[in-house]
Each structure stands twice: as structure tokens, then as C-alpha cells.
Design a protein around this ligand. Sequence first.
Ligand code: ADP
Length: 208
Amino acid sequence: MKKNLFIALEGIDGSGKSTQVKLLAEKLIHSGHNVYTTCEPTDGPIGTLTRSILKGTMKADNRTIAGLFMADRLDHLLNEVNGVVKKINEGYAVITDRYYFSSYSYHGTHMDMDWVIDINKMSTQILRPNVNIFIDVPPEVAMKRITANRATTELYETLENLKKVKEKYLEAFEKLKKEEHIFIVDGNRPAEAISGDIWAYISGQILS
Ligand code: ADP
């Protein structure tokens, strides 16, 4: 019997989350899991609205943006067609690229982090990840990766902002270390080395 798994990948933009989601999915599939990979913001209606703010085609106050992310997160969990809760109940190991720590850090740079944590409480009650994996990359390195590989950048993707977001991630991990499982991995290395460390943690601490 395979354990139901819910794993969140966290990190600043360009830290390598989507790369690591793919590599982790391959390893889980290889070890016999059915895997469902997903991300936030979602491609559902609320996530699509949120993405249009990130792309700059729509404007909203930071508090409104935090509320939209929270609503999209609930849809991500509870959607009757492809919600994470449904997928877990069907026996999938679910890996998400971003979950509530992204809200704590990105929105915590603009407003009181405790308020952001409060409005996301429902998600923590519905589904807490077996582990939140933080890919730790210097903001300068992440920014170089973003600009090398893309013609456009999004709302939060400036060096100054990524520095603040990284600090807020670390602040949130410290604040919530009693109730959350957190694994910080050095992301300033080749993707396969990072993936190897993530797999060692998951196979050693969670699957064993
Ligand atoms: P994120 O999902 O966190 O924004 P990505 O996985 O999309 O990050 O990676 C951002 C860019 O950096 C991509 O072009 C990707 O190929 C590259 N990249 C990912 N991981 C590494 C790594 N460990 N070393 C160097 N480049 C990487």
C-alpha cells in the first residue's frame, strides 16, 4: 500500500521548482506511485485572473491579490473535477509547484504576514503537505536564470523583490517550524544533485 503523499515545492521565481517537480515525479513514478503534478496559481478561473495581475494586464491592491491567491488555493484543493483533495483520495501522490508558504512570503513582503497566515488557515486545515521543500537559491542566481530564459518578467520578478521574498520565506519557516515539515535544499547546484537530495529526504523521512 503506497502512502498518500502531498509535497509542496517552494522557492523564489527562477529557483528551479518546476524542474524539480518533474524530476521528483519521475522518481516517484519509478518507485510505483501514481503521480499528479500541479501548480499555483491554477489554470482555473480564479488562477487565470490572478495570473493576469502577475502579467500586468490587470491591476489590483496587494490585499486583493492576497485574497485572490487564497481563493484560488481553495479551488485548487476543493475543485470537484481536478482538486488536490480528490486526487489524493483517488490514491495519487500529489506534487504542487507552490502552496501557502508562497503566499506567506510574497504577500508578507507587502503586509502583515500574520494576516496572510490567518486568511490561509482553511487550507492548512484541509491539507498540510507531508513536506514543504524550499529550493534555496541566491536571488542574483535566480534573476540571471529568469532573464536568460525568458523575454518578459512578471510582477514580482525584480532582484530587490526576490531578496525580500527570500527573507520572508525564512521568516515564515521560523515562525511555523513547530506545525510544518520543512526541508531546505541548496538549489545553487546542478538540477540532478538537488533532485538527489530531495529524493534522499523523501525516501528516508517520509516513505520509510
Ligand atoms: P521556477 O519554476 O522556480 O521558476 P524553473 O524550474 O522554471 O524555476 O527554472 C528556471 C530556469 O532555470 C529554467 O530555464 C531552468 O531550465 C533553469 N534551471 C532550473 N534548475 C536549474 C539548476 N539547478 N541550475 C541551473 N539552471 C537551472
